[in-house]
Structures are given as C-alpha cells and as structure tokens.
Design a protein around this ligand. Structure first.
Ligand code: SF4
Ligand code: SF4
Length: 158
C-alpha cells in the first residue's frame, strides 16, 4: 500500500541536490533530502573500544514501523530529548553512524542519490519498494529490554 509523503517536495529548485552544496541549501531543500527510510531511528549499539556501530531493528518509541515516520516529529524532543536534529554544522560528527544510503551521507561523501529517492522517483513509496527502508521489520524499544538488543542486530537494508 502506498504511504503518503509528509515532506513537501514542491517548489524546490530542479535537481538542486546535484548543483547546490549542502551548506547553501534552503531549509525546505534540506528537509526534502530525507528519503523517509527510517533507518536513523533505529537504536544502535556502539562498541566503546573499537568504535564499531551495530544497527538493531529495535526502533525509537516514536517511530511508526509501517510508514517509517516519526509519530511526533514537530514535538519529538518533548518525548525523545536525545533525538538528533541533523544540521550542516553537526554532519561531520554524525556521519560515522549514519546509514550508508542516507541522502545526507551520500551528498556529504560526494555521491549521487539513488534512483529510488523520492526526489528522483517522485513517489515516497519507492524507498519501501526498493527494500531499503525499515518498513515492517522493526520492534518498538519499549517491548525489548536494552540488555537484549544485541539479539536484534541486523545488516542495514541497502
Ligand atoms: S537515514 Fe537519512 S534519509 Fe533515512 S530517514 Fe534518516 S535522515 Fe532520512
Ligand atoms: S524521535 Fe522521531 S525522528 Fe527522533 S529517532 Fe525517534 S522516531 Fe526518529
């Protein structure tokens, strides 16, 4: 079933992601880069010694496991104060754990967006059809004690 796109991708400069550097994008363009995969809303396990990051399918309590969207995005910090607002100024410090297919990471690394990105396909559903989102694979964090998260480690869907 098709999922509606909560991001307004209208009125943006044509193919801006190919010509406008990240730091010169408007707020609307910046927001439109998110493909809605939901992967950054999964809990990660970080090895303190090696710095290695493992992805789990245990999702933030606010993630809708089907639409892959935050259920309370505008007011999410009231419930999840640690949720990161990705900005040009903090991209550097977060890139090590960002999903490989995340548009912010791709552009930061000088790579093109994938054909299934809603900005290219024109359809928010294409990220799910391509099998790169977390649609219907997550479990809510309030159901799984933190000491068991290790049992829920997954490879990033790419
Ligand atoms: S990983 Fe990137 S593209 Fe996917 S939901 Fe998070 S910010 Fe958006
Ligand atoms: S608060 Fe919302 S945007 Fe932040 S991690 Fe949780 S589901 Fe994702």
């Amino acid at each position: 079933m098709s999922t509606p796109d909560p991001i307004d991708r209208s009125g943006l400069r044509p193919r801006f992601w190919e010509t406008v550097p990240l730091k010169k994008m408007t707020q609307a363009e910046w927001e439109a880069l998110c493909d809605g995969c939901g992967k950054c809303c999964l809990n990660k396990l970080e090895d303190e010694e090696t710095g290695e990051v493992a992805l789990t399918r245990v999702a933030c309590r606010l993630l809708d496991g089907h639409s892959c969207r935050c259920a309370q995005y505008p007011i999410r910090h009231q419930f999840v104060p640690e949720c990161i607002s990705l900005r040009m100024q903090n991209l550097d410090q977060h890139m090590y754990w960002m999903p490989q297919t995340c548009a912010y990471r791709l552009l930061w690394e000088g790579k093109p967006l994938f054909h299934w990105h809603p900005l290219i396909s024109g359809d928010a559903q294409s990220v799910h059809d391509a099998g790169v989102s977390v649609q219907d694979i997550t479990v809510p964090e309030f159901e799984i004690p933190e000491e068991d998260w290790e049992d829920y480690i997954i490879e990033e869907p790419t």
